[in-house]
Design a protein around this ligand. Structure first.
Ligand SMILES: Cc1cc2nc3c(=O)[nH]c(=O)nc-3n(C[C@H](O)[C@H](O)[C@H](O)COP(=O)(O)OP(=O)(O)OC[C@H]3O[C@@H](n4cnc5c(N)ncnc54)[C@H](O)[C@@H]3O)c2cc1C
Length: 384
């Protein structure tokens, strides 16, 4: 029996475990999934936790359910090292050998004293902290933005801004509220092509939300509640929501799998390490390397494609899931729902400079799409 070790029980890791369980034959694989958390969390719903529409237990499931449904061995441990030359992973609970390794450790947020206390809901703890701050939200000058790019779910800072606009109206303070999104991009959604820039400009205009582009934060003057960019622009605020810097997880950065910027190196379209034939990387841990945005949909399809390859290796022939390079990020803006749909195929293979993207929805009924996405996610993977 071959041992497949999966690092990470987020989107890519949980889908990998489920597909190995569903598509593998009895006795074919021993699957071990390692995560430091006991939970699988559905990150798109963090915004609903922050705005009081969901409680933490509604947007997460215990990873041990994978044991019951798919026979996965779940090890709650922190990965401290990856040694592909020895087919071994180090954890704080001991080392693990593997025949095949799937690295799905995502990205991690950098703790930054400069913006401490203002973090956007990109982790559950930050979502709960924002919910507390929103109790006292009374409009005024509102600033939302990411410190750098890439970060999880490119359109999500805009979604946060639109939700705050909605909240300001609900609380009757919209008249005295001015919301601004700042961003390292010169134009909203710039790296997603002209159609997205145009669509998001229209959204910003419709919602009356300002945009401060090419904003590289140099200093935060807490006393005077002002963010100052490297070119001297000042953004004063009464309420701020900041997406922290993201980086590759330490276990990858310190391993021979890393590129110069710390994220994992993989070859397209196999998602296999160029140096290690039995090691694959999926999801946010490889997104910057291959030029994709960080989205769970990509991690999902990559997981299926990688599991297909592992089964093919073992059985001699298995035509499984082809690599689908299409992703979607769904937004609930309060007033209405919308989604950014992008096909990255031509961009990833160097035939286009930007992905082929469409803005979908823009109507109230489309909010249900995000609810459906969440429900489907848990039902499909965990049964409820
Ligand atoms: C607000 C928000 C909205 C979003 N909306 C969408 C959307 O609409 N559509 C979409 O497709 N995507 C969306 N995303 C992005 C999506 O959540 C991520 O792209 C996706 O979760 C990435 O999957 P992953 O498997 O690569 O990593 P993750 O899901 O982040 O999983 C990584 C796992 O690794 C574990 N881990 C990390 N380091 C270690 C270690 N050293 N030892 C042990 N375990 C470790 C973590 O605990 C985690 O469980 C959104 C994200 C946010 C924050």
């Amino acid at each position: 029996m071959k041992r497949v070790v999966i690092l990470g029980g987020g989107t890519g890791g949980a889908v990998s475990a489920s597909r190995l369980g569903k598509w593998g034959q009895p006795g074919e694989f021993e699957v071990v999934l390692v995560d430091r958390s006991e939970w699988h969390e559905f990150r798109p719903s963090y915004l609903w936790v922050a705005t009081g529409k969901r409680e933490p237990d509604e947007i997460r499931r215990p990873l041990t359910l994978l044991e019951e449904r798919y026979g996965t061995r779940v090890l709650q441990a922190t990965v401290t090292g990856i040694r592909p030359d020895a087919n071994t992973v180090e954890t704080d609970q001991g080392s693990l050998e593997y025949d095949y390794l799937i690295v799905a450790l995502g990205s991690e947020l950098v703790e930054d004293a400069a913006v401490a206390g203002y973090e956007a809901p990109w982790e559950l703890a930050h979502a709960l902290a924002l919910r507390e701050r929103l109790r006292h939200f009374n409009g005024g000058r509102v600033v939302v933005g990411p410190l750098s790019w890439p970060y999880r779910c490119p359109p999500a800072p805009f979604e946060v801004a639109f939700m705050l606009k909605y909240l300001a109206e609900q609380r009757g303070v919209a008249e005295r509220t001015r919301i601004t999104v700042f961003h390292p991009w010169a134009q909203p959604m710039e790296t997603f092509g002209p159609q997205m820039v145009e669509g998001f400009r229209k959204f910003l205009d419709d919602f009356g939300v300002g945009f401060e582009g090419a904003f590289d934060l140099a200093r935060h003057d807490r006393e005077n509640r002002t963010f100052i960019s490297s070119d001297g622009r000042a953004l004063e605020y009464d309420f701020a929501v900041i997406v922290p810097h993201h980086r590759a997880p330490e276990a990858i950065r310190t391993s021979p799998l890393a590129t110069a910027d710390g994220y994992m190196d993989v070859t397209l379209p196999s998602m296999r390490s160029p140096r290690y034939d039995n090691v694959w990387g999926i999801g946010d841990a490889v997104a910057p390397t291959i030029g994709l945005g960080m989205a769970g949909v990509f991690a999902h399809f990559q997981a299926e494609h990688v599991v297909s390859q592992i089964i093919d290796r073992e059985r001699g022939a298995y035509l499984g899931e082809l690599y689908n390079m299409v992703g979607i990020c769904v937004m609930d803006t309060g007033y209405m729902g919308a989604a950014v749909w992008c096909n990255f195929t031509d961009k990833l293979f160097g035939r286009a400079t930007v992905p082929d993207c469409r803005l979908l929805g823009g109507m109230r009924a489309f909010r249900a799409v995000k609810v459906g996405f969440e429900r489907y996610w848990f039902a499909n993977l965990f049964g409820h």
